[in-house]
Design a protein around this ligand. Sequence first.
Ligand code: 2AM
Length: 189
Amino acid sequence: MRLFVAVTPPSAALTELGRAAQQLHALPHADRLRWTDPATWHFTLVFLGEVGEELLPELDERLGRAARRHPPHEVRLAGGGRFGDRTLWAGAEGELETLRALARSAGAAARRSGVAVDESRPFHAHLTLARATGRARVNLRPFADALAGFTGTPWRVGRLELVRSHLPGSGQPGERPRYEGVRAWDLGH
Ligand code: 2AM
């Protein structure tokens, strides 16, 4: 199964971001982007990819231990950026060192459980808002610039989540993956 480890902002924080993101939809070429569903917004701490069922018990155990090693911490959604002209994202501010350390521990936990984690992409706190679709080239800079002044209300990162991603199977253009929570652990307990 396709899995990733994530942190999900509370709905109040997502509502604030939703309002900011709504304004981006009015920018030129916004319709050429594939916007993510606000109901699925999250920060990916570690992308695990395909994981065999047999690894799950140890992964579960080790991720739980990783979560307990880090305290709850405060962050807020803020600003935005882009990965080239492929991905538009919202960023975060606050106790990002703790979030980074949590991501590192979760990555180590997954590797020790036998998951082949791609280590070539260091953790970068981002919440994907939109992706460029197919061959359509859209300059994402105006979108990232429009998010620059956005600062949300602080919230507490208190839970680490293991999430399953069901890729769209219908072949319908624009269909988005479905995410299913598998397990969650409180931090620092
Ligand atoms: P993204 O938001 O930067 O696209 C579920 O697909 C989550 O896993 C998304 O947040 C996505 O990150 C991340 N993800 C998907 N494929 C990935 C990959 N090959 N490497 C790293 N992260 C990936």
